[in-house]
Design a protein around this ligand. Structure first.
Ligand code: AMP
Length: 375
């Protein structure tokens, strides 16, 4: 591939390869089809949600023949960060891959991630690397209680972590999580959880969506309010600066999410996701350009779309429940997304986005929707 070919933007009918074919892949596929792209997914599961919106190669992520097939696409990306780093590196030897394996490597390890935040001057909770029981004792001396013990790799939706309230909790948590590299973090008594989604194009252009407010239960995202109410211009500016520094440092291309804690008007970084993100689902109807479209525009070298959010909106995850669609869709400006998955406890099977002309009307609509989801 010469430089001109490597830098050329994708044209109509371009083929996009995606590692992973979950609901994020499905929504990327829906946005990609509208742009005239052909999508090819690689996923170990034959009944993946993205199978309806493109070609699906059913294989393990590390399957070399499957990776070679995926690499014949014009551009390759991923929708899941717990893919083997080696698979992404193998793809990079054959194809244009965005974001890069370097960004993935940082995001896959909570210690690298927090060290990266610190090196860029982005505030974090106190943290210490822990491998042994003795190291946990020393780390607890420095970080103090309460604290959170987490596996460095492969945690998601609150899995692979334990809150330590007392010294006695440490033994049980270490017995459950030990044997793997760990990180101990100070427990942050945050006012609320926020996140910012941003997109960077191949030429370095960056656009940020407004900060959003996130509500979790049992470690799983339940609800996003966008934009986050009561955000000052200073707070939004600080978030934009943090995410812009990260994107530039990682020479990142595509959509990235930065999860933050708000503590007394300051932002502490919790983690990044090197992909489209659940807290950005509201952008499909709520922003001028969705995160899915902007990710595809970015990786294929096309101009980025506007990221303004014209009116207040909320996103409600459907977790293990299949609501009757009629009472949902009777709510003005409510939009239902169903991922085609079998409902199981704790499983994200769809989401609803609702918009309103003002915050009070939005709050009423959210209550109405929450009632209809609960049945
Ligand atoms: P994570 O997997 O790191 O995103 O953590 C899942 C959830 O646990 C977060 O959304 C927070 O609600 C909570 N959490 C994680 N780390 C901390 C921390 N250091 N202090 C307080 N709460 C935390």
């Amino acid at each position: 591939m010469n430089d001109r070919e490597a830098n050329a933007s994708a044209g109509l009918g371009a083929r996009i390869g995606v590692l992973g074919a979950g609901q994020l892949g499905r929504m990327l596929g829906l946005a990609g089809r509208a742009l005239g792209f052909e999508l090819t997914f690689l996923d170990p599961s034959a009944d993946s949600p993205a199978a309806d919106v493109g070609e699906l190669i059913v294989a393990e992520y590390a399957d070399q023949a499957a990776l070679v097939q995926l690499a014949s696409a014009d551009v390759v990306t991923f929708e899941f960060e717990n893919v083997p780093l080696e698979a992404v590196k193998a793809l990079e030897r054959r194809a244009k891959v965005f974001p890069s394996s370097r960004a993935l490597e940082v995001a896959q390890d909570r210690l690298h991630e927090k060290t990266c935040f610190r090196s860029l001057g982005i505030g974090t909770p106190a943290f210490e690397a822990v491998e042994t029981w003795e190291e946990l004792g020393a780390a607890l001396q420095r970080v103090g209680l309460p604290a959170v013990l987490k596996t460095r790799r492969f945690g998601y939706d609150g899995k692979g972590q334990a809150v330590l309230q007392t010294g006695a909790d440490a033994r049980a948590a270490f017995e459950r999580l030990g044997g793997k590299p760990l990180i101990l973090e100070g427990f942050v008594k945050f006012q609320r959880e926020l996140s910012i989604i941003a997109v960077r194009g191949r030429g370095g252009e960056v656009r940020c969506y407004p900060l959003v407010e996130n509500h979790h239960a049992g470690g799983i995202l339940q609800k996003t309010i966008a934009p986050a109410p009561g955000v000052t211009a200073d707070l939004q500016r600080a978030a934009n600066q943090h995410v812009e520094k990260l994107l530039a440092h990682l020479d990142y291309v595509g959509v990235l999410a930065l999860e933050l804690f708000e503590v007394q008007g300051q932002l502490l970084a919790n983690e990044i996701a090197p992909r489209v993100h659940n807290t950005g689902h509201f952008t499909i109807e709520g922003a001028r350009t969705s995160q899915f479209e902007n990710h595809l525009r970015a990786i294929s070298g096309l101009p980025l779309g506007a990221t303004d959010v014209p009116e207040p909106c909320a996103m409600l995850n459907l977790i293990g429940v299949a609501p009757d669609p009629a009472p949902v869709l009777v709510v003005p400006d409510a939009h239902l997304h169903w991922y085609g998955k079998e409902p199981r406890p704790g499983r994200k099977v769809g989401h609803i986005t609702v918009r309103a002309p003002d915050s009070a009307t939005l709050a009423d609509r959210v209550v109405q929707l929450e009632r209809s989801i609960a049945g």
